[in-house]
Each structure stands twice: as C-alpha cells, then as structure tokens.
Design a protein around this ligand. Structure first.
Ligand code: PLP
Length: 470
C-alpha cells in the first residue's frame, strides 16, 4: 500500500480525534473570545513553519488544537460583517464531501452530486419565491455577481467572440450603496469602472428609481448602451432592499438585464416574502447560503431564469470534455453554465442540513435574527448618547456614540472609530463598521443561529462601558 493511504483503523482514529476537537470547540464556544488573543508575530511563529520533509504522523493532528485556540469564535456574540454562523450538520456533511471527492463538473462524472446540486438549487429558488429558476452553487456572492454580470454582458453586448474592442460602451447601474463585488465584476469583465453608474439612494438607503431612469436616459442620449441594472436585496451596510418591482419595470422598459445582489438578504425571503416582491422578476440573482442559511463556508449560489443565457456566457466546451449523452439529465454539465470546471460537492452540506432540520427551522432562525435586530435597535433608542444611523430593514443595525453636544462630524468619526477598536479588543462582542453619508457607524449584523436575547442585550452595555474607558 502506498504510504499516503492510511488504514481504516488509522482513519477512524484520526477522524475521531478531529471530531473530539470539533466537539470541544462547539461545547466551549460561548466562553471563547470573539477576538482570539493572538498577534501577527505569534501566529507567524506558530504556523509559518518550514515545509516538513518527513511527516509528523498523528502529532500533526494534535497541532490542530493550536489552530482552534487562535481562531475567532463564531459564538452568538459575533456580529461582524455578514458572516453566517456555521451550522454543524452542514459541517459534518463537509467531511463526507471531501472523502467522496466528487468533481461536480457533469452528471457523467458525479451523478448523485450533480442531481443533488440541481435539486438544492431548485429548493433555494422555491424557498424565496423564484420557482423554476436554475443555477449553480458558487464560492460566494462575489463569484455569483461576476457570473450574473458576465451573462448580462454577453446577452446585451456579446463579446465572447470578438472582444470588447469597437463595441459601444455598455453601462451598468447600481445604487451608491452597492457591494464592492459589483465594481470588481464590472472591471474584470472589461466594461470599465467608469461605466458603472452609482445611482443615489433615499433616506432609507434604497435606490431612487427616478434617478435611475434619468441616468439611463442621459446615457442613451450620449450614445451609450445600458446593459444591466443591479439592485440590492439587502445592502451590505444597512440591509436596505431596493424597490425591486419599480427597478424591474425600468429594466424591462429599457431592455436591460436585471441582476439582483441578494448575497446578504435574499434568503430572508424564506421568512419575510412580503419584503422581497420583485425578486422573481430578476434575470439573475445571487444568494449566499453561507450567510443567511448558516452554512459553513463556502456556499454561494447564482440563480437565473434562462439557462440559454448562461450557456451563451459560459459554454466553451473543448472536445475532450464534451458530453456524449443527449439525455437531458445524463448529458447535463455545470461547466456549460458556470465559470468553474472542477467544482466541490458544496450541495451536500445544504442537502443534509435542510433534510435534517427542515426549512421551517431555518425560517424560525431567520425570524429570530430579524427580531433580534429590532430588539437591539429598541435598546439603542433608549440611550440618549447613542444614535441610530439607518432604519433596520433586515438584521443590520448601524449606530454611533454621541455623548457630547456640538462635536463636529470629523470628531464624531474619530471617537467612534476608536470606540469600535476598544469594543472589539475587549473580546466580548464583535462589531464591525459602516460609513453612511460620511458618518462612521458601529454595525451589528445578526445572521447567527446561536445568538440569544442575552447576547443581543450585551451589545449596548459593552459599547457604553468601552466608551467610558480611558
Ligand atoms: C450585499 C453583498 N453582496 C455580495 C457580497 C459578497 O459575498 P461573498 O463574501 O460571499 O463573496 C456580500 C458580502 O458580504 C454582500 O453583503
């Protein structure tokens, strides 16, 4: 036997050690700091080690304890960024995913995995009111957004054959609260960031449709070609949901592609469909089960209405990979509709997690997150020295500390940036920040199935106490 192969006995021993570690981590999660006590030099010393010429055997598994110790705990008091909490049933499925090592390129290579992924993608569409959409799982919302815009560009100003040279500039529209993955996608697709129009938002940080309409008309008058409108179903800063129906209608009138960035928020439609009318009008839509379905990283998703548009953008099959079957199921290939060729069996965790808990349990967890955000906002409003900076549409709460009257905006920004640093350093709750109309705010985002009322109630006292620290 090649020495890279381990015996069944060794496999069980190593696996049970890793499972013990994982269990120990989960059991002690609550007492672990949301910021690990580690400095850069220390992590470098511990993990920046030489390439081992000879293996360490089981001792290498023992070293994993150090990795756990230096990792940020994903307990109920982690409120930073938009980061799902890592549901353990999904994590268990991930072990099997790696053992099976299926390459989810095409049915021919991975019959069960391809069928499961197509099923799970269908479930996601159904769960948010987009039945009939197809799509694929991705590494995250950024790749899903890139793929959505690649489809838009190919549908409206085809460039796969002849490139962009000589073609009139295609313009993409999004609100000025859009996530950075959209400008990145526009740049990567060769459209040029100067051809991304950032449309102003209203007081609730939602795109203003009349401004969108005006921007499109101005571009048309200037001889440019509007190709896509990107609406946010949950902006990264405040969770604002753009007026999807109105934007979809503008998109139809001007024959542009309508992409919805739902990476943060769209899965909340499982609990609050009423907030997301118009999602079903999208041509393409990105979602992130690794955010608001609590799945372990990575698990993003792009849904689209028309598989032919995905093929137009992504099908470049070389002869060696061409599927020989004409059967619609057995001849199916993800690489004809996606950026990736070799693909991990991401669907297994979602499949197991959804079949284990049922969608009702996820709906309840999302409802809790939404209610927790309102609870936090109510707590903030009780304190005169705290100020809300945006309405709470979903589960992101933006606020700032403002104790002294007459402080300049510049001074307030400095005070709040320093306050955030202190709150995070204390290690009890983890918040991140958002800059809203030039105001530096503290931001708590709750996409966390572990968060309890007590965790939410810890935020305001922690901020006030850190503010008093000298
Ligand atoms: C609105 C929005 N879009 C896109 C993304 C990017 O998603 P990912 O981090 O999965 O690439 C995020 C991430 O927070 C987001 O909030």
């Amino acid at each position: 036997m090649n020495s890279l192969e381990i015996s069944s006995e060794q496999f069980r021993q190593l696996a049970s050690k890793v499972i013990q570690l994982a269990d120990q981590y989960l059991r002690t999660l609550d007492s672990r700091p949301v910021l690990p006590a580690a400095r850069g030099e220390e992590t470098e010393r511990l993990f920046g080690v030489d390439l081992p010429e000879q293996g360490l055997g089981e001792a290498a598994v023992g070293e994993l304890e150090e990795v756990l110790r230096r990792s940020r705990a994903q307990n109920g008091r982690f409120f930073g960024y938009v980061l799902g909490s890592g549901e353990p049933v999904g994590a268990i499925a991930d072990l099997l995913t790696s053992v099976l090592n299926q390459n989810v390129t095409a049915w021919r290579s991975a019959p069960a995995a391809v069928t499961i992924e197509r099923t799970v993608v269908g479930w996601l569409g159904e769960a948010i009111g987009c039945s009939g959409f197809e799509g694929s799982l991705t590494g995250g919302g950024s790749s899903a957004n890139l793929m959505g815009l690649a489809m838009a560009r190919e549908a409206k100003t085809p460039a796969n054959e002849r490139g962009l040279r000589g073609a009139p500039a295609g313009v993409v529209y999004a609100s000025d609260e859009i996530h950075m993955s959209i400008p990145k996608a526009v740049a990567l697709l060769g459209l040029g960031r100067e051809n991304l129009r950032l449309v102003p938002v209203d007081d609730s940080f939602r795109m203003i449709p009349a401004e969108l309409e005006r921007a499109i008309r101005d571009d048309k008058t200037a001889g440019k070609i509007p190709i896509a409108i990107v609406a946010s179903a949950g902006t990264v800063n405040t969770g604002a949901i753009d007026p999807l129906v109105e934007i979809a209608e503008i998109s139809r009138r001007h024959k542009t592609w309508f992409h919805v960035d739902g990476a943060y928020g769209a899965l909340a439609a499982i609990a609050r469909r009423d907030k997301f009318g118009g999602l079903e009008m999208a041509d393409s839509l990105s979602l992130d089960p690794h955010k608001w379905l609590y799945q372990p990283l990575d698990c993003g998703c792009l849904l689209f209405r028309d598989a032919a548009a995905a093929e137009a953008a992504f099908s470049h099959t070389g002869d060696y990979a061409k599927s020989l079957s004409t059967d619609p199921l057995e001849g199916f290939a993800f690489f004809e509709e996606s950026l990736e060729l070799s693909r991990r069996f991401r669907a297994l965790k979602l499949w197991l997690s959804l079949r284990y808990h049922g969608v009702a349990e996820f709906r309840r967890a999302i409802e809790f997150d939404l209610a927790h955000a309102q609870r936090l906002a109510a707590d903030i409003r009780k304190h005169r020295e705290l100020e809300m900076l945006a309405p709470v549409e979903l589960s992101a709460v933006c606020f700032r500390y403002k104790s002294v009257r007459g402080q300049s905006e510049q001074e307030l920004n400095r005070v709040n940036a320093e306050l955030l640093r202190r709150v995070v350093e204390r290690g009890r709750v983890y918040l991140s920040n958002a800059s809203l109309r030039g105001k530096f705010g503290l931001r708590a985002c709750i996409v966390n199935h572990r968060t309890t009322d007590a965790d939410v109630d810890a935020i305001v006292p922690e901020v006030l106490s850190a503010a008093k620290e000298k």
